[in-house]
Design a protein around this ligand. Structure first.
Ligand SMILES: [Fe+2]
Length: 258
């Protein structure tokens, strides 16, 4: 199974006077075109889809995502407004229109997908409160033998000196780790939020953070050649090897596995 991950597009309205409005739209447009060429089974979007959570931004986001040929699964980031996100993507059947948390499972693939909502009503930091802990523990307990991929906006671990986000309560990030440790069918955890690429072992599995698709706020990619080129991740999942992740430079010629 092949999954494309996109994150942190921070889309702005066309009339925005922000200098990066067109650049960010172009980054997502080119990324969508490249993903269509790679033909993954599904696309996961780990939040911060727009900059201010406004309906006009979500309308533009939908326009830019419209050409995507494969199913898309979104979780919110701290920049998202859940009410507006739900309104804009109301036709996405996995996204329940009510309820405090925008979390869900996708049962359509060999690997089970579990989207986790780590957002607060207001504020930049992550939450993984007791209600969400209970939901994830019970959800993972339902199918203990099925490979499962988790995705969430906020990484539940520190990322060097530059990690200024994190969780409002560190014990909640620790609780997420404890739950995942108890469910060894978890193949990996995909995250966004910090805008730079990280691969690490975590909670007995593998965690990945992807760089932001918006290149003007991307960190940790220093090569001049990549400066205006969005980079997304392709994750290959198999029972034998677990999670194999490869950065895909939009516009580059090489495809996954070559
Ligand atoms: Fe972001």
């Amino acid at each position: 199974m092949l999954i494309a991950q996109i994150s942190d597009t921070h889309i702005l309205v066309p009339k925005s006077d922000h200098p990066a409005a067109e650049l960010r739209a172009d980054c997502l447009r080119r990324t969508v075109a490249d993903i269509n060429q790679q033909r993954p089974d599904a696309v996961i979007f780990t939040g911060d889809t727009v900059q201010h959570g406004q309906p006009e931004e979500y309308a533009r986001l939908r326009e830019l995502l419209a050409p995507l040929e494969k199913p898309l699964y979104l979780v919110p980031g701290n920049r998202d407004d859940k009410k507006e996100l739900r309104a804009a993507f109301g036709d996405h059947i996995y996204m329940r229109s009510t309820g405090e948390f925008l979390h869900y499972t996708v049962e359509d693939y060999d690997t089970r997908l579990v989207g986790i909502d780590s957002t607060l009503e207001a504020g930049r930091k992550g939450r993984f409160c007791e209600a969400r802990q209970a939901w994830l523990d019970a959800t993972l307990g339902e199918q203990p033998d099925r490979p499962t991929l988790l995705f969430i906006h906020h990484p539940p671990f520190d990322v060097g000196d530059h990690y200024v986000g994190g969780y409002r309560r560190p014990d909640e990030a620790a609780a997420l780790k404890d739950i995942v440790k108890r469910h060894p069918q978890v193949t990996g955890l995909l995250c966004g939020h910090v805008h730079w690429p990280v691969e690490r072992a975590w909670a007995g599995t593998e965690a990945r953070i992807m760089p932001s698709i918006a290149v003007d706020v991307r960190k940790g990619i220093d090569e001049a050649e990549a400066r205006q080129r969005p980079i997304y991740l392709l994750h290959q999942l198999s029972g034998d090897s677990g999670l194999i992740s490869q950065p895909r430079r939009v516009g580059a010629d090489a495809s996954f596995g070559t």
